[in-house]
Design a protein around this ligand. Structure first.
Ligand SMILES: [Fe+2]
Length: 415
C-alpha cells in the first residue's frame, strides 16, 4: 500500500513538473488545456478525462479539452441547475460517482451523458466554481480510490488557477476591446476620450498612476521636436495613451511588489504586450500603427527586448519613440523597490544606452524638449510640474554632444 502511495505521489509530482512550463508558457490556451488533461489522466490513473470551464448566467459547463473518450462532442456542454452548482461548490475535493450521485452534481440535459464519468473534481478559486474535471474509466475498470482522489486534488488546485486566469484575461480583454470599439465609433477617438482611457489603464496601483498619460504626452513632444507633422504627433500621443492597455489583464498584486518579479511573474507582466496587441487589433484606429506600437514598446533595438526580440532596424520609429518615452517616465517615477531617479541621472543613463537600446534621434528629441523646460521657453512645459528639472542647459548640451560623439565615433568604425 505504501509503495502504491509513493508511486502515486511520484506520478503526480511528475505531472505537475510537466505542467509547470505548460501553464506559464506563452502559448494558446487550448494547447495548455490539452496538456492539463494529459497530466490529469496520469495523476488519476485514468483512461478518459475531460476538462470543463464553468460560466455563470446561465450556469453551464463547457468542455475545453478531452482525451480517451470514444464519443465526446466538441464542445461537450452540460447546463447546471442551482442545486448542482451548490453541490459542486460545496464538495471538498474530488468525488467518485455512483449510480445514486449523478443527479446530485450534474444534469442530464447536456449533449453528454453524465454516466460516462466515474469521478469528478470541481475546480474552485476562492470558493467559487470555475470549472470541472471529469474522469471516465480506469485501466481494467478499476474504481477510483483515495490515492487517486488525493493525487487529483493536488493537481486540480493548479488546474483551477490556470482555468480561472484564462477566463479572467478573456473577459477583461473582451470588455476592454468592446469599450474601445464603442469609443471609436462614438467619438472618432478624440484625444480626451483616449486620455480617460489612459487614466483607467493605470488605476491598478498608485505607482503607475498617470503613467500612460505622461508617456502619451512625452512621445508626442519628442515627435514634435523631431519635426514630425501634427497628424503623426497626434498618433504618437494616442499610442502612448494606449501602449500599456494589456496591463488590465495583469494581476494587480504584481504592481506593488516590493521586490523584483520572479520569472513567472515577469512573464505574466511581459504578456501585457501580447494581450494589449490582441485588444487593439480588433479596433479601427485612424492610425494604423497602434497595434504594433502596443506589441513592441518593450523591444530594445539590441534584441534584448520582448515579446519578439526585435533588432533596431525592425523596430519602426514610432515604436522607438514610445519605448523611449516609456523608459524615461519609468526611471523618473517611484517604484516599490526604488526611489525615482533625477531627470539628469535618467538622461545620462539613456544617452549611455544609446544607440544600442534607444534611437539616437528620439533621444535628441527628448533632450531638446527638456532643454526647453530648463531655459523656460516651453509654452506647455514638457515635464509639467511633476518632476523638477534639476539639470542645467549646459549639462544637457554636454549630453547631446556626447551622444553625437558616440554616433560619429561608431560611424568611423563602420566605414
Ligand atoms: Fe509596457
Amino acid at each position: 500500500m505504501q509503495k502504491n502511495n509513493l508511486r502515486r505521489l511520484l506520478r503526480t509530482v511528475e505531472a505537475l513538473s510537466d505542467l509547470g512550463p505548460e501553464m506559464t508558457a506563452e502559448r494558446e490556451f487550448p494547447q495548455t488545456a490539452r496538456a492539463m488533461v494529459s497530466a490529469l489522466l496520469q495523476a488519476g490513473g485514468a483512461r478518459e478525462a475531460v476538462l470543463f470551464t464553468f460560466s455563470d448566467k446561465p450556469s453551464l459547463l463547457t468542455s475545453i479539452a478531452a482525451e480517451g473518450f470514444a464519443l465526446m462532442p466538441e464542445p461537450a456542454v452540460i447546463p447546471l441547475l442551482p442545486k448542482h452548482v451548490h453541490a459542486l461548490t460545496s464538495a471538498r475535493g474530488p468525488i467518485a460517482l455512483h449510480s445514486g450521485s449523478y443527479d446530485v452534481f450534474l444534469s442530464a440535459n447536456g449533449n453528454v451523458a453524465p454516466e460516462l464519468f466515474k469521478c469528478i473534481a470541481p475546480l474552485k478559486v476562492a470558493g467559487k466554481l470555475v470549472g470541472l474535471v471529469a474522469l471516465g474509466r480506469r485501466e481494467g475498470d478499476a474504481l477510483y480510490e483515495d490515492d487517486e482522489l488525493d493525487a487529483l486534488e493536488l493537481l486540480c488546485n493548479y488546474v483551477a488557477l490556470t482555468v480561472n486566469n484564462h477566463a479572467l484575461s478573456q473577459t477583461l480583454a473582451q470588455r476592454v476591446g468592446e469599450n474601445l470599439r464603442l469609443l471609436a465609433s462614438l467619438h472618432g477617438f478624440y484625444d480626451t476620450a483616449l486620455e480617460a482611457f489612459a487614466a483607467a489603464i493605470d488605476v491598478k496601483h498608485v505607482n503607475i498612476h498617470g503613467h500612460s498619460l505622461r508617456v502619451g504626452r512625452y512621445a508626442g513632444a519628442i515627435g514634435e521636436a523631431m519635426g514630425m507633422d501634427p497628424a503623426d504627433v497626434a498618433a504618437l500621443r494616442s499610442a502612448g495613451y494606449l501602449h500599456d492597455i494589456g496591463k488590465v489583464a495583469v494581476d494587480k498584486r504584481l504592481f506593488g511588489k516590493p521586490t523584483a518579479l520572479d520569472p513567472d511573474e515577469f512573464r505574466e507582466m511581459a504578456d501585457h504586450t501580447v494581450v494589449g496587441h490582441q485588444i487593439v487589433s480588433g479596433v479601427q484606429f485612424p492610425w494604423p500603427r497602434i497595434p504594433e506600437i502596443v506589441r513592441w514598446h518593450h523591444e530594445r533595438g539590441d534584441g534584448s527586448g520582448y515579446p519578439d526580440g526585435l533588432v533596431m532596424e525592425d523596430v519602426p520609429m514610432p515604436v522607438r519613440i514610445i519605448g523611449l518615452a516609456d523608459t524615461f517616465d519609468a526611471m523618473t517615477s517611484q517604484r516599490p523597490y526604488r526611489e525615482p531617479m533625477s531627470v539628469g541621472g535618467t538622461l545620462s543613463e539613456i544617452v549611455h544606452l544609446a544607440p544600442q537600446k534607444f534611437d539616437p534621434n528620439a533621444v535628441q528629441g527628448l533632450l531638446v524638449q527638456i532643454r526647453r523646460d530648463a531655459v523656460g521657453s516651453s509654452r506647455t512645459p514638457f515635464l509639467a510640474d511633476r518632476t523638477a528639472v534639476n539639470i542645467a542647459p549646459t549639462d544637457i548640451d554636454q549630453l547631446a554632444a556626447n551622444l553625437q560623439h558616440k554616433l560619429s565615433h561608431g560611424r568611423l568604425y563602420l566605414t
